[in-house]
Design a protein around this ligand. Structure first.
Ligand code: SF4
Length: 56
């Protein structure tokens, strides 16, 4: 299960840019998972997140 730790997320928007089928920015300014899809871009988002907030 793909998860974003909202306590860690700083709302940079990178994951949503890299992988918009899975991540989107919410009204709270944090990323959230909109679909549990195992796409290659998820891995890329995980390694690109500056604060390591994404896990799966
Ligand atoms: S890349 Fe990380 S810090 Fe940036 S919006 Fe996504 S989860 Fe938040």
């Amino acid at each position: 299960m793909i998860k974003v730790d909202k306590g860690k997320c700083i709302g940079c928007g990178l994951c949503a840019n890299i992988c918009d089928e899975v991540f989107e920015m919410g009204d709270d300014g944090k990323s959230h998972v909109k679909a549990q899809k195992n796409l290659p871009c998820v891995k890329e988002a995980i390694s690109s997140c500056p604060v390591g907030a994404i896990s799966k």
